[in-house]
Design a protein around this ligand. Structure first.
Ligand code: ATP
Length: 587
């Protein structure tokens, strides 16, 4: 396997060659933001100019967030793949942008931010301080006699020999936190809305992003360890340590808060909590046997969305559920009433309720711990994706409630699949102008997502919501308004130039490379282009192009081109579709 890992694409111009990365962390490869990387060596200009001395280690910071990915062994190629993912992601650009957006002149700040990478890890250095560190898990930790993982479910085997990765993020002092990247970039930064905990907000955002990228690498390359969607996986787990245990293990003199205070240094343990356990107890508290009761927000702030501005965290009592509007695979959507001060407004409320393993619906019902983890995970992907988006044809997330986790969304009249049914009942079709306006608005939304490297992955009429649309009996008149928005970001993903390998979406709208789960062809933004073609066909003809997805799958497996159900010529506009069908390479 190793010999094929020649290089990873960092971006359109740069590649990362793992075998050229320095083995030794003390002499790392320096990657400068927004400029070509310099290979560091003792005499190289890049290094001597940049580094006055080693950066202050992150574990000496007064406040840090820590996450462990625990595995029985670290798979080959894991770190180079993760480094490439991090460097490719919005994480790199957004952290850099937020650190460099301060009042100091930008040339000065540019020299203050850089990445350091070596064969098995990387760190982000700002102002001679390490503010993010991704490195192999050193086990057992110095001054500890091992770890005890707290969970109510069975845990990975052979805990004494655990390996994996640790992520550490510094919570910078308030006066050094320049900007909070989670706020949608198109909106002006409202310093008040985040001021109560700006630094934790930013550190949580970084922790959540890196955790997410590590999960993507596991899912895409080491499926057997993937734990996010395979909830019964006993080989791996994500944990966060008790911060007091962590501090005591790194510097035993700091263990002032120990409850019993009698443990000898040699007997000190590092207690840590699995993320599913934290998510189940996120409303209450969790307890460290050595340090007593802890808030989940202290241990795993991402699980209580501490990276969101406080205004986006809506108290549960302010949302009243009314009738059910729709139901999908993992969610129920209700109409709701949101109280803001003395005002009330109608909203849609999405309650995520996966009761089984999302990848295998044949598996038994999930245990409560795994169910709350699945709910958190589904909500996290969708809410965090939507929170950063701001576009007239993209559904707006108004906020979330935490206990239970629900997404509060702007309320639509119906979805486009229901509009089609209403037209069909009246034996009417969409006028050309209606089609044109609807398709243009959907294309606008897709172009916005793609400009941010977001693959939507589930474009279909049921996920296009309708506010204004001509009634079936209406003739087109210039006053007819059309407003549609794209909704349901549960499986959307920010993708890197390598694309992604995992299969997700609605079969009738998926291109061959995804339907066949091709190992050779990663899914790229073209997946949405193909689905857009399918939606276009559906809106023209009010039918699916190829009938059953099972039939399409079997035809593709026999290298046959699926037959279109409706022949070209029956509906205006299908000519273009005929050219593009079966391959998503046409854009
Ligand atoms: N904001 C909204 N306003 C009105 N109705 C909505 C809204 N959001 C969702 N719905 C309705 O609920 C249905 C299911 O919602 P959604 O697609 O978000 O759920 P899901 O479980 O993610 O679905 P899927 O199984 O397609 O992934 C939609 O098809 C639509 O009819």
């Amino acid at each position: 396997m190793r010999k094929f890992e020649v290089m990873f694409k960092l971006d359109e111009e740069r590649h990362l060659i793992p075998s050229l990365l320095p083995q030794d962390e003390a002499n790392p490869f320096i990657i400068m933001p927004q400029s070509a990387p310099h290979v560091s060596n003792d005499t190289g200009r890049g290094l001597t100019e940049l580094r006055v001395g080693p950066p202050a280690p992150i574990s000496s910071q007064p406040d840090i967030l820590i996450r462990y990915l625990c595995l029985p062994f670290t798979p080959n190629g894991f770190f180079p793949r993760l480094i490439a993912q991090v460097m490719n992601s919005e994480l790199a650009t957004q952290i850099q942008a937020s650190l460099m957006a301060g009042p100091l002149d930008s040339a000065h700040l540019l020299n203050q931010v850089h990445w350091e990478a070596w064969r098995t890890g990387m760190s982000l250095v700002w102002n001679h301080m390490e503010i993010l560190r991704i490195a192999p898990l050193s086990w057992p930790l110095p001054h500890s006699n091992g770890a005890a993982i707290i969970s109510s479910l069975p845990l990975p085997e052979e805990r004494e020999t655990l390996q994996g990765m640790e992520i550490m993020v510094a919570v910078l002092p308030e006066d050094q936190t320049l900007c909070c990247p989670i706020l949608p970039p198109d909106q002006p930064h409202d310093s008040d809305s985040c001021s109560c905990n700006k630094s934790r907000c930013m550190a949580t955002w970084i922790l959540q992003k890196v955790t997410d990228l590590a999960e993507i690498v596991m899912e895409d390359w080491y499926e057997v360890f993937g734990f996010r969607r395979n909830l019964n996986n006993l080989l791996s787990c994500m944990t966060s340590p008790c911060p007091c245990c962590f501090m005591a293990c790194h510097d035993p003199r700091k263990d002032a808060s120990s409850e019993n205070g009698t443990r000898s240094e040699a007997g000190r343990k590092l207690y840590m909590f699995t993320l599913p356990y934290c998510s189940l107890n996120s409303e209450g508290r969790i307890a460290c046997p050595d340090h007593g009761v802890l808030q989940v927000a202290q241990v795993a702030p991402d699980l209580v969305f501490a990276d969101f501005a406080p205004a986006a965290l809506i108290p549960n009592k302010d949302v009243k559920l009314l009738e059910r509007l729709g139901e999908g695979g993992f969610a129920k959507v209700y109409q709701g009433l949101l109280t803001i001060g003395t005002e009330q407004m109608k909203v849609a409320v999405k309650e995520l309720a996966p009761s089984r393993n999302p990848t295998d619906l044949q598996t038994p019902e999930l245990e409560p711990e795994n169910r709350s983890w699945a709910v958190y995970h589904e909500a996290s992907v969708e809410a965090r994706m939507m929170y950063q988006l701001n576009h007239p044809h993209i559904l707006t997330l108004m906020g979330i409630t935490l206990h239970p986790i629900r997404l509060v969304l702007e309320l639509a009249r119906e979805d486009l699949a229901s509009t089609v049914v209403r037209y069909q009942k009246k034996n009417k079709r969409f006028s050309r102008r209606t089609l044109r306006a609807t398709l243009m608005q959907i294309a606008d939304a897709m172009a916005y997502l793609h400009s941010r490297n977001i693959l939507f992955r589930d474009l279909k009429p049921g996920n296009v919501l309708v506010w204004d649309f001509p009634l079936p009996r209406e003739q087109w008149n210039p006053d007819s308004q059309i407003l549609v928005k794209v909704a349901d970001y549960g499986i959307s993903k920010q993708i890197s130039p390598q694309g992604i390998h995992s299969k997700a979406g609605t079969p009738q709208y998926l291109p061959p490379e995804v339907l066949l789960n091709s190992e050779h062809e990663a899914a790229s933004l073209k997946v949405d282009v193909y689905s857009y073609g399918m939606v276009m066909y559906y809106l023209f003809s009010f039918g699916n192009p190829f009938g059953s997805s099972l039939l399409v799958g079997s035809q593709l497996r026999h290298s046959r081109r699926p037959e279109l159900q409706t022949k070209v010529g029956e509906h205006a506009g299908l000519h273009a579709f005929q050219i593009a069908h079966t391959r998503s390479e046409v854009d």
